[in-house]
Design a binder for this molecule. Structure first.
Ligand code: NCD
Length: 363
């Protein structure tokens, strides 16, 4: 059985196959409208969502399947009674054939996958990963540019808490000749596990700047993101940083004529509404693509060929007394979950949490 917890769960060939399938679904929707008759998708959304949840649901309905689930853990799930992820998932996997889960705690979908009898799709875990948005983003780039290599890509906004950016960079690390330009306020730079663990580790070309205007002329793609208000520990920091970047028609004057402007949505004010008229704006098309690539993913995870592929195995250890220090990690709340780490730097004594990827120094 296969899950999609982070984008590295898929090989580049599998991503290509998903995109080819999504293209075929767009061309021949009638061939797919009955494929999952009798199957059920559970959408367990412990955190708000409009697009992602509804695109999963629309995807399942368009394949002829059914949907059950909840969209507000606070009012309508047993999480409010203190139920663990493990118990919730064991129960739901008796009712549904596949589960899409969004959770504010980083690593929650991984814990779900460890307990579930049916495939789990991570629909966003805290500020950590969002692999189906990444499939949407790759599919959009491929359709617009005809390729996924030899591109200069600007990622702008909240690179610290923006999970879509973390998953997208992870995916791009496997394509050739990508140049990343990381545009953010100093306080909202990428976390170490992406910068060191993905960009440096894979020798990707990259630069960092706070100045969007300076780099605008060289970009093939500009990926704007929202400042993630809900993940700030301190409201005054959010207020200070929230208007860091606002993309306007004026600013786009120095951009390439074939720039592609992307955004995972929802937008707050980081792209002015007037930009929607610019033919380079691609974010609504991107949202539309999300439904088709999710159709391809659900179909593939429920198909015989995909069932047989082995899950990746990694050596994890539990050094005595070591605890993850990330307050948003699932290991802080899930009962009896072992604290597990991977040794990433023997010399400096750095361990990385299995669930949320936070680096811990062995003291
Ligand atoms: C993103 C998310 O939830 O991380 N939205 C989405 O899935 N389309 C981006 C965001 O919330 O800013």
């Amino acid at each position: 059985m296969r899950n999609l917890i982070d984008i590295f769960d898929l090989s580049v060939d599998e991503i290509d196959a998903l995109m080819a399938l999504a293209d075929d679904i767009i061309k021949n929707p009638r061939d797919y409208c009955d494929r999952l008759r009798g199957k059920k998708l559970a959408t367990l959304f412990f955190e708000p969502s409009t697009r992602t949840r509804l695109s999963f649901e629309a995807a399942m309905y368009e394949l002829g399947g059914n949907v059950l689930g909840f969209s507000e853990a606070g009012n309508s799930s047993s999480a409010v009674k203190g139920e663990s992820i493990s118990d919730t998932v064991k129960v739901i996997s008796a009712y549904a054939d596949i589960i899409a889960m969004r959770h504010p705690r980083e690593g929650a979908p991984l814990v779900a996958a460890m307990k579930s009898d049916v495939p789990i799709i991570n629909a966003g875990d805290g500020g950590h990963h969002h692999p189906t948005q990444t499939l949407t983003d790759l599919f959009t780039i491929k359709r617009k540019k005809g390729r996924l290599d030899s591109l200069t890509i600007g990622l702008c906004g909240d690179l610290k808490f923006g999970r879509t950016v973390h998953s997208l960079i992870s995916a791009l690390s496997r394509y050739r000749n990508i140049t990343l330009i990381l545009i953010s306020p100093d306080e909202l730079r990428l976390p170490g596990y992406i910068k060191k663990g993905v960009i440096v580790e894979n020798a990707m070309k990259y630069s960092e700047t706070t100045d969007l205007d300076l780099v605008m002329p060289v970009l093939d793609i500009l990926y704007m993101t929202r400042i993630q208000q809900e993940r700030f520990a301190n409201r005054s920091d959010y207020v200070r940083l929230k208007d860091s970047y606002i993309l306007t028609e004026e600013r786009l004057k120095s951009a390439k004529p074939d720039l592609t402007v992307m955004h995972p949505l929802p937008r707050v004010n980081e792209i002015s509404v007037a930009v929607d008229r610019d033919p380079r704006a691609c974010y609504f098309e991107q949202a539309r693509n999300g439904k088709y690539i999710r159709m391809a993913l659900i179909l593939s995870l429920l198909s015989e060929q995909w069932l047989s592929c082995p899950d990746k195995k990694q050596p994890f250890i539990s050094p005595v007394g070591m605890k993850c220090e990330n307050p948003s990690c699932i290991s802080q709340t899930e009962q009896e979950l072992p604290q597990e780490f991977r040794l990433v730097d023997r010399e400096k004594g750095i361990y990385r949490c299995r669930y949320c990827d936070t680096d811990i120094l062995d003291k």
